[in-house]
Design a protein around this ligand. Structure first.
Ligand SMILES: NC(=O)c1ccc[n+]([C@@H]2O[C@H](COP(=O)([O-])OP(=O)(O)OC[C@H]3O[C@@H](n4cnc5c(N)ncnc54)[C@H](OP(=O)(O)O)[C@@H]3O)[C@@H](O)[C@H]2O)c1
Length: 207
């Protein structure tokens, strides 16, 4: 299986990358990134691109997308939507046209229409991908991602502290999920070939 991975430098994407390279069912991984990956592997192709053109994309069987930014990094709601929705949909459409059959999206707990910019954007990406015609689409919807980051993300850190204090009192659906567990689920789903659109809620994430 030839896998195209979007977001390979991120917390979730990096876990997918390492798992995919170890997985015998995967022949090759194409991972376009803005900065070169600190990794050389015979199965890995790592085109470096600013994503302004899509020439870094190659034909593949399945796509895993863990690409996304934050409102703070993007700088405005408009800029956030341009990345988390418009760029993801543009990449997905190109992969579809190049023959990809499966698209696995790292979405978010609570993705839905409404006033919340983040949840609405994730929902609109889910909808856009469903309409493209992929044979198999899976939206994986994690709660807060548990990971160690080089940068500070105060809201995320606060959420992780509160949930570690409350522990089992928090319903499973809302508990933070390890980036590794999300990576495992994204990869497992990319290897299945059951056609249709599927949603994996946060409490079901993990091997
Ligand atoms: N944080 C949470 O608790 C949480 C919860 C649920 C869902 N999610 C969603 O899960 C996904 C993955 O999360 P994560 O924590 O793994 O994200 P992350 O660590 O912030 O990684 C994001 C990835 O997207 C890439 N990216 C960002 N902006 C880009 C741009 N303009 N052009 C090209 N690539 C760009 C980054 O590349 P660079 O290294 O080049 O920046 C990186 O590879 C995101 O979509 C996020 O919204 C997050």
């Amino acid at each position: 299986m030839k896998l195209l991975l979007l977001g390979a430098t991120g917390a979730v994407g990096n876990n997918v990358l390492h798992l995919a390279l170890k997985n015998e069912q995967i022949e090759s991984v194409i991972a376009p990134t803005r900065k070169p990956l600190d990794l050389i592997h015979p199965k890995l192709t790592n085109p470096v691109t600013d994503f302004s053109n899509l020439s870094s994309l190659e034909d593949c069987d399945a796509v895993i997308c863990a690409l996304g930014t934050t409102l703070k990094k993007a700088g405005s709601a408009e800029a956030f939507v341009k990345i988390d929705r418009d760029l993801v949909l543009k990449l997905a459409q190109t992969c579809y046209e190049m023959g990809a059959k499966t698209f696995i999206l790292n979405s978010s707990l609570g993705a839905r229409p409404g006033n919340n910019l983040y949840l609405r954007t994730k929902f609109e990406v889910e909808q856009g991908i469903e309409q493209m015609g992929f044979k198999r689409v899976v939206h994986v919807r994690p709660s807060l991602i548990k990971t160690v980051r080089a940068e500070r993300r105060l809201a995320e850190e606060l959420g992780l502290v509160v949930s570690s204090i409350l522990g089992p009192l928090i319903p499973k659906k809302f508990r933070p999920v390890e980036a590794l567990a999300i990576g495992q689920t994204l990869l497992q789903e990319s290897l299945k070939d059951r056609p249709g659109v599927f949603i994996i809620e946060s409490e079901k994430i993990g091997p």
